[in-house]
Design a protein around this ligand. Structure first.
Ligand SMILES: Cc1cc2nc3c(=O)[nH]c(=O)nc-3n(C[C@H](O)[C@H](O)[C@H](O)COP(=O)(O)OP(=O)(O)OC[C@H]3O[C@@H](n4cnc5c(N)ncnc54)[C@H](O)[C@@H]3O)c2cc1C
Length: 419
């Protein structure tokens, strides 16, 4: 099989890169093993929330300008602040065209609300989700937090406790219907995706609206866990109209409905543009000739390799097995390209879970165009994008999605300009 570009990994980075290339008319394939970090997403996309020393960032683009002296390997430094700013303006449009409406501004972080009710700085938040311009300023004073009986991945009491600190009074409501009873018979089935399927049925959405109106009569707004619209896109909007009062979703513990929806929407957009998406397949090995990748071999296609002019490694970090830790080094398993890590294993992590963990900044080594190296030699047509890149701390710096999206755009443009 012959393509212009083969992208390995179909998470946020792989799909953003594939969509940009396909929009420009390139023949692309994405080969992706399975779940990506999106399946665990909060429904918000972070660009830059803190500098490496922990200083809070209000304006992500201005914050990027401070990275070069303290984090020279950071992907934003590689891409360049001006270009990052341009890409950050283009991302919302790319997401909207895929059917993922988002709100946010790359020059001013807003705050998303976590499943535990905490306010966290972020860049873009999906439309229906609760957000605040300032950490302590929610758009209501009296709210009703509604949960499904027996749903354990959402914590109204913790959320109410956090809201109290912002001067917001919360009351609680619960819902239960015969169709929910069916999945409750097995408590392990009470997960957000299964509950969302129940509310994909109009009669249950109607019953939910009636119940919300009962329990929230004297509240200014209603909060629901993200349990709407796994197979239908209009579930939230339909419910909002039926309830006829301000309604917001909050993310739950995984699986993440907003993340699953985003994954499906990006995949559909890529396919609609003519891209070929090979889901459930994994790239196992590659042939290199004269410092170029000629072809890659996958688990499902055996001796039918994927050939292309350029290849993009977007296999993620440790979470997606794009990087592996051997006893003495960090390994990238497909091409065995060069990786950046500290040689002393005792420095890879600390036992304090919330500390800055060095391993998070380990990743593949790149040149200024995000091309990869093997045994010190540049591979001319192999690019890296996304969470597997070296030089940044996605959790501490709050820049995970931003690095994936902006590096994907940058690699796509480099490929487009290289012909
Ligand atoms: C649990 C979790 C939750 C997160 N939540 C957020 C959030 O809410 N907001 C935010 O801004 N950031 C979040 N992040 C940061 C996250 O890294 C980025 O947001 C981003 O989604 C990462 O996308 P990616 O495409 O670079 O990598 P991934 O999402 O990891 O995707 C890599 C893909 O490559 C596939 N793959 C791996 N090896 C192969 C192979 N050999 N062949 C074929 N396919 C392969 C994997 O199956 C996977 O689908 C989160 C990270 C994690 C780990």
């Amino acid at each position: 099989m012959k393509f212009d570009t083969v992208i390995i990994g179909g998470g946020l980075a792989g799909m953003a890169c594939g969509i940009r290339l396909a929009e420009a008319g390139r023949r692309c394939a994405i080969v992706s093993q399975g779940q990506s970090a999106l399946h665990f997403s909060s429904g918000s996309f972070d660009l830059l929330s803190r500098l490496p020393d922990g200083t809070a960032v209000e304006d992500p683009i201005r914050g990027m300008a401070e990275l070069a002296p303290v984090a020279p390997e950071h992907p934003y430094v590689r891409i360049g602040v001006e270009r990052c700013g341009d890409y950050a303006l283009q991302v919302p449009e790319m997401l909207r065209k895929a059917g993922i409406p988002v709100v946010g501004d790359c020059r001013k972080n807003h705050y998303r609300i976590t499943p535990m009710g905490k306010a966290k700085a972020t860049w873009l938040t999906m439309d229906a989700y609760l957000r605040a311009e300032e950490p302590g300023r929610l758009p209501f004073q009296k709210v009703c937090i509604v949960n499904v009986e027996g749903f354990l991945d959402f914590y109204p009491e913790f959320i109410a406790e956090e809201f109290r600190a912002y001067g917001v009074t919360s009351r609680f409501g619960s819902v239960n219907f015969p169709d929910l009873e069916k999945i409750r018979q097995n408590p392990s089935e009470m997960r957000s995706a299964n509950i969302a399927r129940v509310f994909d049925h109009e009669r249950n959405l109607e019953a939910l609206a009636v119940r919300i109106r009962e329990v929230a009569a004297d509240s200014e707004a209603v909060i629901l866990p993200a349990i709407l619209g796994i197979d239908r896109n209009d579930a939230f909007e339909t419910l909002r109209k039926k309830v006829d009062m301000p309604l917001y979703l909050l993310p739950t513990l995984p699986p993440s409905i907003p993340g699953i929806k985003a994954q499906q929407a990006l995949q559909a957009r890529f396919r609609a543009l003519g891209g070929e998406y090979f889901l459930g397949d994994s790239v196992l090995s590659a042939d290199l000739e004269n410092d170029r990748v000629k072809r890659v071999y996958t688990a499902n296609h055996g001796d039918m390799p994927f050939e292309a002019d350029s290849f993009v490694l977007a296999t993620g970090s440790f979470f997606s097995k794009g990087l592996l830790a051997s006893p003495d080094r960090i390994v990238e398993p497909v091409f065995d390209v060069d990786t950046l890590f500290t040689p002393d294993r005792s420095e890879w992590y600390t036992l304090h879970f919330f500390d800055k963990q060095n391993y998070q900044a380990f990743g593949v080594v790149t040149d200024a165009s995000l091309r990869l190296f093997k045994e010190g030699r540049l591979i001319e047509n192999l690019y890296g994008a996304g969470a597997g890149l070296a030089g940044f701390y996605p959790v501490q710096e709050g820049c995970g999605a931003g690095v994936s999206l902006l590096s994907a755009f940058y690699v796509a443009d480099t490929i487009l300009n290289s012909k």
